[in-house]
Design a protein around this ligand. Structure first.
Ligand code: HEC
Length: 253
């Protein structure tokens, strides 16, 4: 029966470039890891793990004068790991974030310590209401209640102030003197949409888009509309030449 074991090599393989024995290189200790690792706190230039003849390794340094420590027990196959800590500000932010997150979560969702968007919105709404109330109580505001409109209707100063707007905007349809063109005659006592200040105010503000008069509240402010309304009333009974035939109902004022 033939011997199954292969023949033992007689000596070192001449083709193998690796050093053999103590004669050709320093004795290498067993790779030590974990608890058995040698205490290495600084790079050791005399370490037997160094390749003989390798250039001197500079000490790893971060910042001025700082020397990194080797992490103990982290030597694998002669490769040592340095302990390069994260910068202090980074670590501080990291921990601050971890501390802040639960406080914020609880504060917003559970205990309501911290205002969220809804709270801010409601608060802004309250402030707006307060501002409006204050403005209504004290602020200058142009009045358009029925009593005020009735006053404007017979106010000669306001009528004079409205003349320019009438000539510029209204005259195209109602005539330079209100005698009526496309729109009705505004100088007679016949009204299609009512002669009360409230009704005339509404006629001017909202217009009659289906009949050809655009809403004036788009281009004239409240005060300007009141002035032009006063001007319309001042035209009553002026009986200009070429006046358009009466339209609507007779209203005796
Ligand atoms: C583009 C044409 C046009 C312009 C501009 C116009 N109006 Fe008129 N307006 C009309 C027409 C048309 C009517 C009639 C609507 C209807 O018959 O229902 C009318 C009706 C009125 C009425 C109601 C008259 C009534 O008999 O009840 C008043 C008041 C009036 N206009 C005032 C004005 C004033 C003031 C301006 C300018 C600020 C103005 N209008 C600009 C076309 C115009």
């Amino acid at each position: 029966m033939p011997d199954p074991t292969p023949p033992t090599p007689a000596g070192p393989d001449p083709a193998d470039p690796r050093p053999t024995g103590a004669a050709s290189g320093p004795e290498l200790p067993d790779a030590a890891t974990g608890d058995n690792a040698p205490d290495q706190t600084t790079p050791d230039p005399d370490s037997p793990l160094r390749t003989p003849g390798a250039p001197e390794l500079p000490e790893a340094a971060v910042g001025e004068g700082a020397v990194d420590r080797v992490i103990e027990g982290h030597t694998y196959d002669g490769i040592r790991e340095y302990d390069n800590p994260m910068p202090g500000w980074w670590v501080a932010l990291f921990w601050a974030g971890i501390v802040f997150a639960p406080v914020y979560m609880l504060g917003v969702h559970v205990f309501d310590w911290i205002d969220d968007y809804g709270d801010d919105y409601a608060e802004a709404g309250r402030q707006l209401e307060e501002a409006r109330a204050l403005y209504a109580a004290t602020g200058p505001s142009f009045k358009t209640d029925p009593g005020a409109l009735a006053e404007y209707a017979s106010d000669a100063e306001m009528a004079a102030a409205g003349e320019a707007d009438f000539a510029a905007i209204c005259a195209a349809c109602h005539g330079q003197q209100g005698e009526g063109v496309i729109g009705p005659n505004l100088t007679d006592e016949y009204w299609v949409h009512g002669a009360d200040p409230e009704q005339v105010w509404t006629s001017i503000a909202e217009g009659f888009p289906t009949k050809g008069m655009p809403p004036m509240q788009d281009q004239l402010g409240e005060q300007e509309r009141a002035q032009v309304m006063a001007y319309v009333y001042s035209l009553q009974g002026t009986d200009p030449p070429g006046a358009k035939a009466p339209e609507g109902e007779l209203v005796v004022m």
